[in-house]
Write a protein that binds this ligand. Structure first.
Ligand code: 5GP
Ligand code: MN
Length: 336
């Protein structure tokens, strides 16, 4: 499949639109901008649409401010026109159209041209015309590199920087078990194309707002650990988010902190985005499968060791639900 995608584009040139998921993370932004830069360099006419803005550090990604990048929430009419005039639509780093949010998903579902999915999440929607979907891949950015390498064209610094950012963010700087020798090989090749990991790390992780540190401090000081020490629960109320003037992305990475505690096999972050609307994040170790858990209990999904979901409960109710349901996923694994 990797070699057929750009072949298809060469045989069917026209307007290309690249889309990614709501609350785009480093891999969503990196894979989309990286691919957009490559395709532009190959002479294709490209537009990028993100449903909403990413965290502040990600807005400094190379090419994010280009005129071909659009935010659906800010430019609804423009993005509708772009999609209606496109011949090919890419769905990058998401498995089902609902992941782009209510507003944009109908545009993805009703797209009349060719729809191509490139993604590494489980249970992809099989209605796409072309699919490059592999859950064994560290990141969509790694998959985009597979495609580009097969095509053999020039990789410019903007493309290399964005793809390496996707690798770094989705692998927790190459520490999550999904990291393979191929991931490191791709990273090495991206370095040869001019990407600099130290610059990417500094841009992403040394560029935070004060509110991020304050909200982490508050959430960590209120952390709950279940009686058997296997589950850590962090929660942030809507009033705390407002009082500390939290910015998009301030809580990114926070859920991982719970896994740093000895004995903890699953960490949960409950964030009250508004009253009656909770965003749930799950991280786990080893064979504790939070993808299944989130699908079953929290209308969500993701990967085995990193998943998200939503809930309409109160924070207190959600904490109780985590306590009563999490036992089912916690397995006794001596290796954890
Ligand atoms: P996070 O906790 O960082 O928001 O998400 C972790 C992983 O779960 C990501 O790979 C993300 O794509 C996926 N994910 C997050 N929220 C949802 C959700 O509501 N539904 C589904 N299906 N996946 C999600
Ligand atoms: Mn990803």
């Amino acid at each position: 499949m990797e070699d057929r995608i750009i072949d298809f584009l060469r045989k069917n040139p026209g307007n290309i639109v690249l889309t990614s998921h709501f609350n785009p993370d480093g891999d969503a932004i990196g894979s989309t901008l990286g691919f957009a830069h490559y395709l532009q360099g190959q002479g294709f006419n490209v537009n990028v649409i993100f449903p909403n803005e990413p965290s502040i550090p990600l807005r400094n990604s190379l090419g994010y401010s280009s005129s071909f990048v659009h935010i659906d929430q800010h430019e609804r009419n423009k993005t509708k026109t772009i999609i209606s005039q496109a011949n090919t639509l890419f769905a990058l780093d998401y498995n089902v159209s609902s992941r782009v949010g209510k507003e944009m998903s109908a545009l993805i579902d009703n797209f009349s041209g060719t729809r191509i999915l490139i993604d590494h999440h489980e249970s992809p929607d099989h209605s796409f015309d072309y699919m490059y979907s592999l859950t064994s891949k560290s990141s969509t950015s790694e998959m985009i590199f597979d495609i580009i390498e097969k095509d053999g064209g020039a990789v410019d610094i903007a493309c290399a920087d964005n793809l390496l950012m996707g690798l770094i963010t989705d692998t927790g700087s190459f520490k999550f078990p999904i990291t393979s020798s191929r991931t490191h090989e791709v990273a090495g090749k991206l370095l040869n194309f001019g990407a600099q990991p130290s610059i990417i790390h500094e841009r992403l992780y040394d560029n935070n707002s004060k509110s991020r540190i304050l909200i982490w401090g508050l959430a960590l000081s209120n952390i709950l650990i279940t009686e058997d020490s296997s589950v850590a629960i962090l929660s942030i109320s809507n009033s705390d988010l407002n009082e500390l003037n939290c910015q998009p992305g301030d809580t990114e990475g926070l859920v991982n902190q719970g896994l740093g505690i000895k004995g903890v096999k699953m960490s949960v972050l409950i964030r009250e985005d508004s009253v009656g609307s909770l965003k749930m994040s799950f991280r786990s170790k080893g064979d504790v499968n939070v993808n299944d858990y989130s699908r079953h209990y929290w209308q969500g999904g993701g990967h085995k060791n990193a998943a998200g979901g939503v809930s309409e409960l109160t924070i207190h109710e959600a904490i109780e639900k985590v306590k009563s349901t999490s036992k089912e996923v916690i397995i006794d694994d001596q290796n954890i």
